[in-house]
Design a protein around this ligand. Sequence first.
Ligand SMILES: Cc1ncc(C[n+]2csc(CCOP(=O)(O)OP(=O)(O)O)c2C)c(N)n1
Ligand code: SF4
Ligand SMILES: [Mg+2]
Length: 351
Amino acid sequence: MTYLAKPKFHHPALPKNALGYTRRDYEGSVSTLCAGCGHDSISAAIIEACFELAIEPHRVAKLSGIGCSSKTPTYFLGNSHGFNSVHGRMPSVLTGANLANRELLYLGVSGDGDSASIGFGQFAHAIRRAVRMVYIVENNGVYGLTKGQFSATADRGSKSKRGNVNADSPIDLVQVALHLGATFVARSFSGDKEQLVPLVKAAIEHEGSAFIDVVSPCVAFNNHPGSTKSYDYVRAHNEAVNRLDFVSPRSPIAVNYAPGSVELVEQHDGSVIALRKLDNEYDVNDRLAAMNFLEVHADKGEIVTGLLYLNPAPEDLHDHAHTVAAPLNSLTEQDLCPGSDALAKVNASLR
Ligand SMILES: Cc1ncc(C[n+]2csc(CCOP(=O)(O)OP(=O)(O)O)c2C)c(N)n1
Ligand code: SF4
Ligand SMILES: [Mg+2]
């Protein structure tokens, strides 16, 4: 069913972006997820962000693992490169692809089971290596695809659909990402398009490791009273630290912000994130304060959303590994084999 294509025709008056593409050009096949699944709203936010940024679809590589969440790349960016890896192994496949060709935009889409359970080590190592990517976890607290077992992000004390209580401590992927050096860390809610679309846009432009945890209710197995990842629970406990607008350097927009209530954060590439602060204490550049803020609010049962941490001058794995800028498949024999003199020098340096 996931191969079902959408009709090719569309209304000629659909709005176009700077490349002349419509939103339809950023869509994929018809979704086969359950009606109302939060994951479909995240796909819609990714489509909107790429349309608004006028991203060339062939410059995107979307990678995923296994799960309902990991199926979603089929439902967006149908003209982009795609790789559906083994369960929990997306981060290393993405890292390898990125090392081979840094010219693509790498979009990793995963689930809480895929990244916090079987793929936890993979997630941690991709983040600590500063791989430039947008890593989105569609977090519903369960293994949706395999019928709703608790995942490692399920809150202690939360109840399954059958009434079982989770006794295990949860892994907060946002805290892990902050601890391991991600330079853009955010949390959002699939039902909050106003917050999610600018977050995805800002993450795409970020020149480092960007992680977004999106609470995404599973309507089939985790949307009942007693769940802490249901639509009702998140709406009632959402504590947003900021609202944001994203201004791309490619399309300068005259913006007029109310003085005092907005903080402008310029990124490496000149793009600007305008943060409307909701919590005056919150400083988006203070990593330790962010970790503390999250803990304090988690203790009160609140889910903190928004842009939680941003390092405007990120480093990249390629800087650390001193790799060549050109994609590996464009290197010629001459580039790869500099001759016996060069080899003799290398050998001499090792003696
Ligand atoms: C190696 C391996 N182990 C287990 C499975 C079975 N399995 C498939 S998806 C999945 C969990 C998916 O959960 P999550 O990543 O949270 O995605 P969701 O379906 O909730 O979006 C599991 C355990 C598998 N496919 N491969
Ligand atoms: S089982 Fe849950 S996660 Fe999977 S498609 Fe249905 S609602 Fe979404
Ligand atoms: Mg899940």
